[in-house]
Design a protein around this ligand. Sequence first.
Ligand code: PLP
Length: 467
Amino acid sequence: MPSLYQQLAHDIEQGIASGTYVAGERLPGVRALARTRGVSVATAVAAYEALSDRGHVEARPRSGYYVRARQALRPIESRPAAKTAAPRLVTGQAMAMAMLKAASDPAIVQLGAAMPDPAFLPTQAIGRVMARVMQVQRSQAAGYMLPAGAPELRRQIAQRMSQGGSVVSADDLVITTGCQEALSLALRAVTQPGDVVAVESPVFYGLLHVLESLGLEALEIPVHHREGLSLDALAFALDRWPVKACVLAPNFGNPLGCGMSDEAKLALVRLLGKHKVPLIEDDIYGDLGFDGRRPATCKSLAPRADILLCSSYSKSLSPGLRIGWIAAGRHHARVEYLKYVSSIASPTAPQLAVAELLANGRYERYLREARGKYASAVARMSDALTHVLPHGTRLSQPQGGFVLWVELPEGIDSVALAHRALRHGVSIAPGPLFSASGKFKNCIRISCARVWDARTERALATLGKLI
Ligand SMILES: Cc1ncc(COP(=O)(O)O)c(C=O)c1O
């Protein structure tokens, strides 16, 4: 006869199989379950642990147990080459502009741009704080800010970075208009047109736009689906080409969502140091790991190395605030000057508002909520995709962020698919956008941070049919 906990586990498993509980959904808390089923809390925990061992549920610290996505589609298994192709100028990024326009068209189901639906963000709290700033700090909000940004905001950011192990003060930071501007300023500070820049492959396409606009050549370094950038390939590239900077997102990079280990980060910093190549570290997703752990940045592991750390609150508070920052180390003065030249300073009111949101401690709560929602959205989307995508498709298994990288069977042209999907009211991001050389033809990126509704389900069904 099965024991109590086995019976309970069996019942929950049935509930998952029948769709009563769907992927990404939070299951009843252990106390509530124990109460309704008339068993002890220990029995409820044992049932969940058994389900967790069998891969049906996952425990999230301080949050509870969640239904895990079925892995009917096989995970991506990359074995990055240890060599790289020659650097090349980036061109032809017009497709990305079309996708960004589609993202703001309410008639289109937006699965392309990595733009969280407002339901994932603390929009009400932001609205309240912005209103207060415009009333209480009206005169200050109406004026220019210093090029480096609001001192109190910089102090708050420096405090959070210090808690994460980085040695920075407010004077080491420049507030930027999103992480995109931080990356652009960093590249302008350390390169000249025509220089070669090492980037991940696949890479966040916005970075390719920046390279394109600055006349820089991209040297694509392959990324392993779980371990991050291939250090062998980077070493190969550094020996062969005059690389002037390396741009990298070691924590839950976009689009693969994987993270490098601390050992790999240190090896990376040593390798770049040997070749005297500055690292531009993009940490925009660093706070958004599904397990709630805040991974180290290269900057915190190697405070003396030549690292320009870029980040923003676009994925945790709101992309519309356009508040980012850069800790540029020895390039600080140059970056501050470039910021002044390009826009004098970032808008004042959002800076004052974010400073207030950080100061009252609520930010950590928003972050916990965003992480949980993103993790559930990714699990749910992974599960839904297994029903609509063809056999032979492979899915990434991100450890943070909210995007999925999908490898469709060979021969499928993702650019043609994206055009067709757009005509049917669905926006996706085709793989070649994430490469300077048109790689990843059979891949697409799906943004999962949207409210799950009938439109989303219809859009996925349409996508399946088009494929
Ligand atoms: C890896 C990465 N870096 C930078 C950015 C740009 O961020 P922001 O919206 O803060 O400019 C994005 C946006 O999607 C991103 O995914």
